[in-house]
Write a protein that binds this ligand. Structure first.
Ligand code: ZN
Length: 64
């Protein structure tokens, strides 16, 4: 029972999933999720919340 096919298949599927996600990210379709942090933007003089893409790890600021 040491056939690596199942694991290989799983990894391949996983890679495909990641690749698809990356493509989406490259097109600007990130999967934003609230990071749970809030920062004070000095330039704006406002409190902003940080959102992070669960796929590529990119962050964006969202004015609270
Ligand atoms: Zn992304």
């Amino acid at each position: 029972m040491s056939k690596p096919t199942d694991l290989g298949k799983y990894r391949k599927a996983k890679r495909k999933e990641t690749a698809a996600g990356k493509t989406l990210c490259q097109r600007g379709f990130h999967k934003w999720q609230f990071d749970g942090r809030k920062q004070f933007d000095v330039k704006l003089g406002k409190l902003i919340s940080v959102e992070r893409c669960t796929r590529c790890g990119a962050t964006r600021n969202h004015i609270a």
